[in-house]
Every structure is written in structure tokens, then in C-alpha cells.
Design a protein around this ligand. Structure first.
Ligand code: ZN
Length: 387
């Protein structure tokens, strides 16, 4: 089966071998998709079994969202309202969602994740990472990972999200549980292991223990770092060779140097919708990019600190408030996310790439920033299927 997206006014390939400039743009072309894969970029008017008429609009690679917490139950709207009235964001709010999630049936969790995954797809997200982290027992974390695995291969154990109430005052005992019994139980159900390195969550030694135990089992690692203040997270992520250090809201010069020089190319993943929703300052992406580090943008979709799956919103914030160019933000949301997930085949539209694309209701990707808050994703194609 061949699917043709015809009459594309502006195609972003993200490859300078296949187009112009940093986004590799082509004008007035057709994208030919065979099965799940991009086959060719042709002049307009090429034949296919199914044809989408882009009518001069812009087509971009599907977004790669490398950081979400989609498996949860309950709602924290009241906490958001209180925060907007002046209450500070605290890591402990996660426990509200833990209680609701533990009490939810697996079928209920599956319905919630499927609905949020569909919402993300409507926003042009074609690849997604999904974390556990609201179960915090061996059985519940395993259950959440199984639910996540129904939607993506990029599942992440985030048992080190917050210390559960039954381990209050005994964080080290909980870390020992994660490093032993829990990892033994879930290692076959996750690709990644993550930890929340922050005051009120876990300290550097505890995070190091969790991620070292994960790496010893052959799992990839990532870290929530420097979200609410300066701390050891970013440099720990680089030291351990994590795929990404996520948040990076508070960065010292030494943190930026470490990211830029990291032997494993640890990606700095910015989550600006979180800084928006928690009324935090935005990260200084300009310094990080200028230093030469690899950066990504992700939604961090979760019920407490960033309840959105709009990558367009994240891109708009990155340009407006983090001093990224529109082209840098577009790349961070596509090939940047792919780097953070160590899936280099994602985020491009060139022959041989997975056929993941979004048709925009706009003549250019610049409208994602120029027209904030608008639903500009007209159609999403995921692995060659119109979603
Ligand atoms: Zn997160």
C-alpha cells in the first residue's frame, strides 16, 4: 500500500542532505509512503493507493515526546488553582496521584492512557515515552509499566519519584527495594529507569544507586534534574552516562560545561510547560545550545505540574521565553527527542524513515509559534497510518 501526501507547500525533512537549511526544507513536493516507511520525496502529482491533498500546507516530522507520565488516575486541578493563587509547587504533591492511581483498576488506567495517547497524537506526537511512578510498590509499578507498554516501547520505571508514605523516614529502605526486588520484577517490562533528583524527592546517592542497579541489568537511564533549584542532578546524569537530564531549569556554568562535554552525549531535555504550570523561571536554553550540548523539548504530560500534550505550546514557550530560534525548537521537539530516546531513526522525513508526519493547517511551521494556542495539526500520520 502506498500513501501519498501530495501538494506539500513546505516539507520539513530535518536532513540537510535532502533539503535546505537546518530543517532541510523542500517546497512543492509529494511525500511517498510505502507501508510504515517513507519511500521517496517526489514532484507533486505522483500516484498512490491513497492520496492526501496537503493543498499547499506545511508537513513536518511527527513530534517525539521523550518525557511523559501518562499512566495515572485522579485530577489535581485544585492544586493548580492554589498554585496560581500563590502556593509553591512541591514534589510531595505527587502522593495525591499515587493514592488515586493505587485505587484505580487496571482497565481504568488503560482507558486513561489510551485517551491521553490519542490526545497527544492529535497534537502531532507520533513517538512517546511513558513513565510509571504513581504506584511505588513492586506490584503497582509493574502494573503501570504493563499499561504503558500497551502504548509504547519506550516505557520507563520511575519508582524513585517520591518516597511512598509506608516508607516515610526510611527512604534508603525504599531505594533498596527498588534496586533489588522491584527491578527484578519489572526489568522485562521497561526500557528505561528514571529517578527524581530533587530536595523532597531523592538525593544524589540514592539516585546513583537506582540508576547503577538499572544499568547493571542492561536498562537505559535518565534523570529528573535541577527542576526546582540548583543541585547535583545534571552532573550526576552526565557522570552515569544517562540518555538525558530532564528539566534543567536551574543550571550552573559547571552543569552546562558537563552537558556540552558529556562523553555519552547526555541530552538536556527542557520541559517548559512545567515551568509555565508551576510558575518557575524558564531554563536558559540559549546558553546550553551555544555551549554545544544536545537539547530536546518534551511535554512532561502529567496531572500535577504539566497537564498538556501540546508540543506546539512547548515550542512556543521555548521560542518566546527560552530564546531558542523556531528552527532550534522544531529540531528539539523532533530529532532532539529522538536523541533523548536513543532512536536516531525518528524525527526525520527522508527515504527509509518511519512514516511519522503531521500535516499543519498552516503554510509554515513558524505558525506553531506565530499562532499560539491554535490547533494547527490537521492530520497525523503514524507509521504510515492516518491516525
Ligand atoms: Zn517528569
Amino acid at each position: 500500500m502506498t500513501l501519498v501526501i501530495d501538494n506539500i507547500g513546505l516539507l520539513v525533512t530535518n536532513s540537510d542532505e535532502h533539503g535546505d537549511g537546518v530543517l532541510g526544507v523542500r517546497r512543492d513536493v509529494a511525500l511517498v509512503i510505502h507501508g510504515e516507511t517513507v519511500q521517496a520525496i517526489e514532484p507533486c502529482g505522483v500516484a498512490g493507493d491513497t492520496r492526501i491533498d496537503a493543498a499547499g500546507r506545511c508537513v513536518i516530522p511527527g513530534f517525539v515526546d521523550s518525557h511523559t507520565h501518562l499512566v495515572f488516575a485522579g485530577d489535581r486541578g485544585d492544586e493548580f488553582v492554589a498554585r496560581m493563587a500563590g502556593a509553591p509547587y512541591q514534589a510531595g504533591g505527587i502522593l495525591t496521584t499515587v493514592a488515586a492511581t493505587r485505587g484505580a483498576s487496571t482497565a481504568e488506567l488503560q482507558r486513561g492512557v489510551a485517551a491521553r495517547r490519542a490526545e497527544a497524537r492529535r497534537n502531532g506526537i507520533t513517538s512517546i515515552e511513558i513513565k510509571s511512578g504513581y504506584g511505588l510498590t513492586v506490584d503497582d509499578e509493574h502494573r503501570l509499566l504493563e499499561v504503558a507498554a500497551g502504548e509504547t516501547a519506550d516505557t520507563t520505571l520511575l519508582a524513585a519519584h517520591v518516597v511512598p508514605p509506608e516508607f516515610a523516614g526510611r527512604a534508603d529502605d525504599y531505594v533498596e527495594l527498588i534496586c533489588g526486588e522491584m527491578l527484578d520484577a519489572v526489568a522485562g517490562t521497561c526500557r528505561w529507569v528514571d529517578a527524581f533528583c530533587e530536595q523532597g524527592a531523592f538525593d544524589a546517592d540514592q539516585c546513583r544507586a537506582v540508576l547503577t542497579a538499572a544499568a547493571a541489568r542492561g536498562l537505559g537511564t535518565r534523570l529528573h534534574a535541577n527542576q526546582l533549584g540548583h543541585g547535583p542532578g545534571v552532573q550526576l546524569a552526565v557522570e552515569l552516562g544517562c540518555a538525558s537530564a530532564d528539566h534543567c531549569t536551574y543550571l550552573s556554568d559547571a552543569d552546562i560545561e558537563a552537558l556540552a562535554a558529556s562523553p555519552n552525549r547526555t541530552v538536556a531535555t527542557f520541559l517548559p510547560a512545567t515551568d509555565f504550570s508551576t510558575r518557575q523561571p524558564y531554563p536558559d536554553a540559549r546558553r546550553v545550545i551555544d555551549a554545544g550540548a544536545t537539547v530536546a523539548l518534551a511535554t512532561n504530560c502529567n496531572p500535577g505540574s504539566s497537564y498538556t500534550s501540546s508540543m506546539a505550546f512547548c515550542i512556543a514557550l521555548a521560542v518566546r521565553d527560552m530564546r531558542m530560534t523556531i528552527e532550534e525548537a522544531m529540531r528539539a521537539a523532533t530529532v532532539g527527542g529522538a536523541a533523548a530516546l536513543q532512536r536516531p531513526e525518528l524525527g526525520r522525513l527522508v527515504p527509509g524513515s518511519p512514516a511519522d508526519a503531521a500535516v499543519l493547517d498552516a503554510p509554515s511551521y513558524t505558525h506553531l509559534v506565530y499562532r499560539p494556542g491554535m490547533q494547527l495539526v490537521a492530520l497525523t500520520v503514524e507509521r504510515g497510518v492516518i491516525a
